[in-house]
Ligand binder design. Structure first.
Ligand code: GLN
Length: 217
């Protein structure tokens, strides 16, 4: 298994470290070619506007949209999650529209309002065999202000979703790569394994993923 980590800006090294500790091979994605052969992708936190601009400049925007549309498993955290949303509330900036949520950037206020809290994460806790809660770090985090019918909520904070899943996409408004608890990464790897298994069964597979990386429509 090989996981591509979008390495244009932000907290990509920390994700690589967590995946490395879990015995997973990672590749830093900076250009479309780096996407070849990836079984899953991580879109890290950072600064949305910068990441969007760099992804477009390096020709990654369209391949990412195509791969996501074809079921490539994606773990998106914070800025990465903003880029996946259907709609970024109050902003004209484009998004990949792969996850049916509306999201509001910097919605808890300025940097000083970044915080750490405990989340109840029953389902993922079970998966990795650890007890609740999950210690989550929110850094100038966005808020998910709408979830579509296909989106399941894995964890909430103050009554609002902060961890969501839709198909092969796992989206988190916080930074699981900054705490030693790998449950969300482990859960993501299960999504990747499940997607690989259904490809084996002849569903849309690696070939169609490979075409998606290329620069044709
Ligand atoms: N505030 C950032 C943005 O909107 C996201 C924060 C993060 O990724 N930690 O771009």
């Amino acid at each position: 298994m090989k996981i591509g980590v979008l390495a244009l800006q932000g907290a990509f090294r920390e994700h690589e470290e967590v995946l490395g500790r879990l015995g997973i091979r990672t590749v830093e994605v900076r250009k479309p070619d780096d996407l070849h052969g990836c079984d899953g992708l991580v879109l890290p936190g950072g600064e949305t506007t910068t990441q969007r601009k760099l992804a477009k400049t390096y020709g990654l925007w369209d391949p990412l949209a195509r791969l996501g549309g074809r079921g490539m498993p994606i773990l998106a955290t914070c800025a990465g999650l903003i880029l996946l949303a259907t709609r970024i509330d109050g902003e004209a900036g484009s998004s990949l529209g792969l996850l049916d949520i509306d999201i509001r950037r910097n919605a808890y206020g300025r940097q000083v309002f970044s915080f750490e809290t405990s989340l109840s994460v029953g389902r993922t806790a079970e998966t990795a065999g650890r007890a609740d809660p999950f210690r989550a770090i929110f850094i100038r985090a966005p808020r998910i202000v709408r979830t579509g019918p296909a989106v399941s909520v894995l964890a909430s904070h103050a009554g609002e979703p902060v961890a969501v899943e839709q198909g092969n996409i796992l989206g988190l408004t916080f930074h699981p790569e900054l705490t030693p608890d790998p449950r969300f990464h482990t859960h993501f790897l299960e999504i990747v394994r499940r997607a690989a298994a259904s490809r084996e069964e002849g569903k849309p597979g690696r070939d169609s993923m490979e075409t998606a990386v290329g620069n044709h429509p």
